[in-house]
Design a protein around this ligand. Structure first.
Ligand code: NAP
Ligand code: G4F
Length: 323
């Protein structure tokens, strides 16, 4: 019989790629969708899978909606990707970030524990939990030091996942994923902001690009590669926690150079530093050590940053050209 999966955050970047992966593997895919006043399914449409998903209304802040979704879907696997995922907004909306990204995980784990304890669970944890880094390369044993309300809320989500695994023997795994991007990335995140701007400037629709701290360094990979790692975690006999990363770190500045060079421009002619994009506390550098994922999941990143940025700029050139 076909397996079934429930994905929270299915309308987001990772939700869309994961849904496609699972559909291609023959899963029945249910997606939890929070009520919004406008359409949020553009990514699912871009991947051509909007009509292949069973949508269930629910919100991570409302435990009763999660219980109903679980009873309807009766999933073999739950992937908890739903979150207020933009670090910058977490200082402006710290409470809802905590409710959704932190307590929301407990709502979901409680529903699984009480209604469907054999369901396997994936938690979307993050390298933001390392924050003020305590080791040059961060792995599963590196101490955490979050630097934003988002990072703090996600750390709670991570530990409650570990706790429910240890307390109730749930098959609950936490993927500590480093930054991953794609043409489906939200426009507020720096890579997509840069690739969209490079395309607009190239096509004469924008003149400058205003950025914050371009000396920050991130370990950037391709979202399409990273959803494979999520799925692999739930196929293991034992649940566990894994760092998922490329093992290479790059400055925002060098990432800009890749994007602008691809369209024949010099980023220095267009990037303007704007203090409004500096954060109250910064994560200066992230660099993951994915050795455990390589050894136990046989997973490794397939896409270089140069390939990723090229793919994103090309997609934005097509989009801007159609406008
Ligand atoms: P994203 O594009 O921002 O998607 C977030 C998803 O969460 C959207 O579908 C959103 O729905 C949904 N959501 C927001 N609030 C919700 C609520 N109260 N109840 C239910 N769903 C809600 O994020 P992403 O990049 O795909 O990331 C997926 C997950 O991985 C997130 O948990 C993120 O924190 C985590 N993560 C991401 C990265 C990365 O680099 N991308 C790295 C590490 C961890 P709407 O569309 O309706 O707003
Ligand atoms: O693209 P960002 O907003 O991503 P950030 O803060 O690293 O968070 C992303 O990755 C996390 C994993 O580590 C996820 F958990 C999280 O959900 C999200 O997906 O910013 C990257 C860097 C930061 O240092 C930021 O200060 O770029 C710097 N930056 C410089 N100028 C900017 C800008 N970031 C944004 N968004 N916009 C700017 O104008």
């Amino acid at each position: 019989m076909a397996k079934s999966a429930l994905i929270t955050g299915i309308t987001g970047q990772d939700g869309a790629y994961l849904a496609k992966l699972l559909l291609d593997k023959g899963y029945q895919v249910y997606g939890l969708v929070a009520r919004r006043s406008s359409d949020t399914r553009w990514r699912l449409r871009e991947l051509g899978i909007e009509g292949d998903i069973q949508y269930l209304e629910g919100d991570l802040a409302d435990g009763s909606s999660l219980q109903r979704a679980l009873l309807k879907a009766r999933p073999d696997e739950v992937y908890n990707l739903g979150a207020q995922s933009f670090v910058g907004s977490s200082w402006d909306q710290p409470i809802i970030t905590g409710v959704v990204d932190g307590l929301g995980v407990t709502h979901l784990l409680e529903a699984i524990r009480q209604l469907s304890p054999d369901t396997r669970f994936y938690q979307a944890s993050t390298s933001e939990m390392f924050g003020l880094i305590q080791a040059e390369r961060q792995d599963e044993n590196t101490p955490f030091y979050p630097r934003s309300p988002y990072g703090v809320a996600k750390l709670y989500g991570h530990w409650i996942t570990v706790n429910y695994r240890e307390s109730f023997k749930l098959h609950a795994s936490s993927g500590i994923l480093f930054n991953h991007e794609s043409p489906l990335r939200g426009i507020e995140f720096v890579t997509r902001k840069v690739t969209d701007a490079a395309a607009r400037i190239k096509l004469g629709k924008q003149k400058e690009l205003r950025l914050g701290n371009i000396d920050a360094k991130r370990d950037w990979g391709f979202a399409g590669d990273y959803v494979e790692a999520m799925w692999l975690m739930l196929q293991q006999e034992q649940a566990d926690d894994y760092v998922v990363a490329t093992g290479i770190t790059t400055t925002v500045r060098d990432m800009c150079e890749l994007a602008f060079t691809h369209v024949g421009l010099n980023y220095r002619d267009h990037v303007v530093i704007d203090p409004q994009f500096f954060r109250p506390a910064e994560v200066d550098v992230l660099l993951g050590n994915p050795d455990k994922a390589r050894a136990k999941l046989n997973w490794q990143a397939q896409t270089s940053l140069a390939q990723l940025i090229e793919m994103m700029v090309e997609a934005d050139l097509r989009r801007v050209g159609r406008e």
